[in-house]
Ligand binder design. Sequence first.
Ligand code: AMP
Ligand code: SF4
Length: 470
Amino acid sequence: MHGEIRGLNEECGVFGVFGHPDAAQLTYYGLHALQHRGQEGAGIVTTDGTKVHAAKGHGLINDVFTQSQLDDLTGHASVGHVRYATAGDGGYENIQPLLFRSQTESMALAHNGNLVNAQGLKSQLEAQGSILQTTSDTEVIAHLIQRAGHINKEEAIAQALTMIKGAYSLAILTEKCMYVAMDPRGIRPLSIGKLGDAYIVSSETCAYDVIGATHVRDVKPGELIIIDEDGMRVKSFSAPIQRTLCSMEYVYFSRPDSNLDGKNVHASRKTMGKNLAKEAYVEADIVTGVPDSSISAAIGYAEASSTPYELGLIKNRYVGRTFIQPSQELREQGVKMKLSAVSGIVEGKRVVMVDDSIVRGTTSRRIVKMLKEAGATEVHVRIASPPLKNPCYYGIDTSTSGELIAANHSIEEMREEIGADSLYFLSTDGLESAIHDGEESMEHGSCQACFTGNYPTEIFPSTIPPYEKE
Ligand code: AMP
Ligand code: SF4
């Protein structure tokens, strides 16, 4: 999606079930609700207590699994994964859960996040004789667990977790047991739910609603949770440190019907829009949001600025990745896929166009042009997050600094580049207060490193790809 040098970051979703006869089928539905977190590949591993069963493939959930495959995934427990693979690590072997079979016990790992010391650990492991079969960080975790295998599994996992650094929300399944863990800073979300007596694990709470489960608790940073036939036990493998949950999860990535750290995503986005209106009000006739991720912020902006919210842009939701794109010639003749401006609404109007973020600036440029062609007299762009200036090393693909327009341009240069009459971004304070209502604490805090450059963990030289060092 971003050219051939990518390969560092991935965005993923994790789902698991323990103690339900239809574990695989429930995981299929759960992963479907997490599909926005990754569309390039998916997998499910189940256990019936003595044997593990696995299926995985490239593409969307609907394309990867057939009913007969799901029927073969027997057992009462499962872990599943959806992934967004970047070029270079999109191979079949990297699709998760990664399954390691051994004579004594199998182990399937589903991981969301990115480790910052994976390269160093890989070199160490290889020097000690390990043969790595994938390019994924997740395999490093598996090897570290295996190496500590002389102690019991729980201890081995806890020991491995103290060696890895960065972002990880993990679900690990063995024949008899499920282990759930989160990095000490809690960078990626993960929570536990219940469906009757069964335990459910999910990256986002929206998946509970789909299968009729209820959310019980978020996994806390530094926790290792063990679920087996005796129930659930919670251990801590790290002393508490400041939580830094990814603020891009609130801005763009998570579904609006999910709650992250107890806060509804739609509600936070709405507050981001409200704060934006307070910080950068402009007189206009209508407010419109870029579907789908910016609608909540646009509603907030409209409410706080007392400007009517209108459907100025509309999205055709059936444009998939394999859809045949119009030729350049047809595009020039005005054939637009995905998004169009509603001329009956915007014609002759001064429009505030709210988007959640600007990455390379392509979307904003296209939409401003579209709105003007549809007759808008002025287009004021309001972005419901601060300028994205730094790459993410924790598992969200926010592009390289070279591609991030805000990394190399002033706001005025960006305004000119996208052709807007005015351009404003939400401040970091405005973002922070929308996420935490101004109540930041050790347990509730967020990462804003892609905006501020203040990374919550050490960033090792080997984490930074060569193209970022130039
Ligand atoms: P761009 O056109 O490159 O400026 O991208 C901006 C658009 O991409 C915004 O409308 C966002 O909704 C969306 N976006 C923001 N972050 C990401 C991301 N990590 N991956 C994919 N899309 C994103
Ligand atoms: Fe999220 Fe940005 Fe921090 Fe990455 S750097 S974890 S995208 S807030």
